[in-house]
Design a protein around this ligand. Structure first.
Ligand code: 4GT
Length: 257
């Protein structure tokens, strides 16, 4: 998987992605990440890449031409490597479809991905019309630039690339599989601040542990993310179990884990 990030702040993006798991995957050759400085494609002698918006209004806009030239340079390089199709170009914007695990899974199938980061008040609409294939938002809030959203996408997509996570129960078994949240986890010591690790986890009984974890995932999703809970499919037995837990809570009984 090759990420190409078009940005005015290449240092910010590269510094944020050369650490830990992603950095190791890059060093192992499983991923490549390049940040292309849009300013290198400024066409006037002052190297400026922004200008006032026609019609007035606050702030500056990124001009079309430097964005277009930086895109072309990357697209040509990808084509020269023998790619069959044109790469998808994602513009990070609050106006896009909200990023999800499902989108990450879909985009992880691509060989190349171009991520375009806006800054200031955004980018001249005309170049977006010509090059952007996907508009993506990471959530309903406004940021100063598309760099952090691009980094979020690179991180979420990269961990789905085979080999990037090297634990045996890879990414596909985690949160959002089955639309369930992760169960709570514990490590040493067995008792901390008077709180004990749930005994079942020390029992060595794998079937019981699996059952407990699944139940905890169900309970958490019900309590914390009712929107996800609507979408998850429980067995009749699990449905019954949840009803029992909720009923015994109502009557003020202590829960037995
Ligand atoms: C929020 C998001 C995003 C911004 C988001 C163009 C200039 C957009 C600043 C940029 N804010 N980008 N991708 N929620 N701001 O994803």
């Amino acid at each position: 998987m090759n990420f190409h990030i078009l940005t005015l702040f290449p240092g910010m993006v590269m510094n944020g992605l050369n650490t830990s798991i992603i950095g190791r995957a890059v060093n192992a050759g499983l991923l490549s990440i390049e940040a292309v400085n849009i300013r290198d494609y400024a066409f006037n002698k002052h190297q400026s890449v922004d200008d006032y918006p026609y019609g007035g209004g606050a702030g500056m806009l990124m001009q079309a031409e430097p964005v277009y030239l930086s895109y072309e340079a990357v697209a040509e390089k990808i084509a020269a490597r023998g790619a069959k199709r044109k790469p998808r170009v994602v513009y990070l914007s609050p106006q896009g479809d909200v990023f999800s695990q499902k989108m990450a899974e879909e985009l992880a199938q691509e060989e190349d991905l171009i991520l375009l980061c806006g800054h200031y008040e955004g980018i001249d609409e005309r170049v977006l019309e010509e090059i952007v294939t996907d508009y993506v938002s990471i959530g309903d809030y406004v940021l100063t630039g598309g760099e952090l959203p691009a980094m979020v996408m690179v991180d979420a997509i990269s961990r789905l690339v085979p080999g990037v996570l090297h634990n045996d129960v890879s990414a596909e078994f985690e949160s959002f599989q089955d639309n369930l949240l992760e169960y709570p986890q514990y490590s040493r010591p067995e008792e901390w601040h008077g709180k004990k690790v749930p005994p079942v986890l020390l029992s060595g009984h794998h079937a019981n542990i699996e059952k407990w974890r699944r139940e905890q995932s169900i309970l958490r999703t019900y309590e914390r993310r009712s929107d996800l809970f609507e979408k998850c499919e429980l067995t009749d037995k699990e449905q019954k179990w949840l009803e029992e837990v909720l009923k015994s809570r109502e009557s003020g009984q202590e829960e037995e884990n």
